[in-house]
Design a protein around this ligand. Structure first.
Ligand code: HEC
Length: 219
């Protein structure tokens, strides 16, 4: 074998090694990027299912749902969807979103040390307190309710999730009074739930495929 042939083979082997190594590095970088985006993605896919305009559901009877231990417990589980951005402990830190201890009853966009979007600050200018109705509407579709908010979360589509979330938030330093329960309408929130869920399951794949990239890109 001539020296030239040997050099060509050795060069080829070296080049192959470099390419393999380079590809592994490159895929590592791509993969790492996706890891960072993942929490936001998972939430968006789950919650975008069933999007089809605002659901027309009677406002909950806050007086009868807020203090139910089962709702508070359920809300603790729903809060897992917020935990990547929000801390719920008294005096806890701000993260991507502001600390949410004691938010019910507070002025929107007013938690110390957090840099709110102009949209949230403006909302706080015309909305004196985060009461049950405002939080309910905001959580249903944050970006639609407060256009320009930097809360990159698609929303809690199911009213039962919002009621549970708000009951949990109420247990965390809320300064809002609990209104007296309305005995006549015990559980309006439950009425439409099974049908809505069935519709969500059917609509899920298409909704997830079309809506998620737009939502994530808009963050
Ligand atoms: C991807 C991150 C993210 C997720 C997930 C998220 N939030 Fe937020 N949230 C934010 C940001 C950022 C803001 C500030 C919005 C602004 O300034 O426009 C915010 C603001 C809020 C506010 C207003 C607080 C204030 O001080 O006025 C409430 C209430 C709230 N979020 C509740 C929730 C709840 C409940 C969940 C879970 C169901 C949730 N958020 C999920 C990022 C997030």
């Amino acid at each position: 074998m001539s020296d030239l042939t040997f050099n060509k083979i050795a060069g080829g082997v070296l080049l192959t090694g470099l390419i393999i190594f380079g590809l592994r590095e490159a895929s590592g970088i791509v993969f790492a990027d996706h890891e960072i985006e993942k929490p936001g993605y998972a939430i968006a896919v789950e919650e975008t299912a069933g999007e089809g305009g605002p659901a027309v559901v009677a406002a909950p009877d806050w007086g009868s749902v807020l203090l139910l231990p089962a709702n508070i417990e359920a809300g603790k589980a729903v809060a897992a969807k917020c935990a990547s951005c929000h801390n719920f402990d008294p005096g806890g830190p701000n993260g991507t979103g502001p600390n949410l201890y004691g938010t019910l009853g507070k002025k929107p966009g007013a938690h110390a040390g957090f840099a709110y979007s102009p949209a949230m600050t403006e909302f706080g200018g015309k909305t004196p307190v985060w009461d049950y109705e405002h939080v309910d509407a905001f959580l249903a579709a944050p970006g639609k309710y407060i256009s320009g908010t930097k809360m990159g979360f698609v929303g809690l589509k199911k009213q039962e999730d919002r009621v549970a979330m708000i009951a949990y938030m109420h247990s965390l330093g809320s300064t809002l009074a609990v209104p007296p329960p309305k005995p006549a309408e015990a559980a309006p929130a439950e009425a439409g739930a099974p049908a809505a869920e069935a519709g969500q399951a059917a609509a899920a794949p298409a909704a997830a495929a079309t809506e998620v990239p737009a939502k994530v890109g808009a963050q």
